[in-house]
Design a protein around this ligand. Structure first.
Ligand code: ZN
Length: 216
């Protein structure tokens, strides 16, 4: 899974600071690639500024990303990759515990290559540094919340607190994976993470084929 996002309507932008403000209002303060929550996200140009100067303030070419993903991606061409605003990335990647994302098991060979290209593009397989410790932290929060809810499955305040912790911790896909057998929590998480593309999930909160976002 990688959180698929809905950037909403096309915007005409005056400058990049306006883009940053509008994007964080629409999809939250999460890196589009690694899903870390940061107050210091950067504007990421999908097609690099150096090769596509005409797209520097084009809404369709912009995402929010952390400094690491943005720098790692740098000027690499982004062909043959999946992107969270155009593809159903919920189907393309899988998380196991706090490990970095890997291509999902049930992809075709071509889809697997595209998923791996995306991982390579933003350096998503990294397992050290701040990113890894934050991801492990999120997994720990999610597991503890999961166990508390198993003890008190009807406690509505606990459900609300779980969703609040998730949105303030980030790493949507880790939360959704930990709660994959709890449809009610999955649906709540999908609704609570601002700008998540809801049509990429079914009514049980499971990643599902999206008519508007075929994987290839
Ligand atoms: Zn990132």
């Amino acid at each position: 899974m990688m959180r698929p996002i809905d950037k909403g309507q096309d915007r005409r932008l005056r400058d990049l600071s306006e883009a940053r403000r509008l994007l964080s209002a629409q999809v939250g303060e999460y890196c589009a690639y690694c899903e870390i929550r940061l107050g210091s996200l950067e504007i990421e140009h999908i097609q690099p500024q150096s090769t596509h100067p005409e797209l520097v303030t084009d809404w369709s070419n912009l995402l929010l990303a952390c400094g690491y993903c943005n720098k790692f991606k740098s000027n690499k061409p982004s062909d043959n990759c999946y992107f969270p605003h155009t593809h159903n990335t919920a189907l393309a990647f899988a998380y196991i515990a706090s490990l970095p994302p890997a291509p999902s098991d049930n992809l075709t060979d071509t889809q697997r290559i595209m998923a791996q290209n995306t991982i390579d593009l933003a350096g998503l397989s990294r397992t050290s540094g701040q990113h890894q410790s934050r991801r492990e932290g999120a997994y720990g929060h999610a597991r503890r919340a999961f166990m508390r809810l198993q003890q008190q499955p009807d406690n509505d305040l606990l459900k609300e607190a779980t969703v609040d912790t998730a949105t303030s911790t980030g790493f949507f896909s880790i939360w959704l994976t930990v709660f994959q057998d709890n449809p009610e929590l999955c649906v709540r998480l999908i609704q609570a993470f601002k700008g998540t593309a809801r049509d990429c999930f079914d009514a049980q909160g499971k990643p599902a084929d999206s008519r508007t976002r075929p994987l290839l």
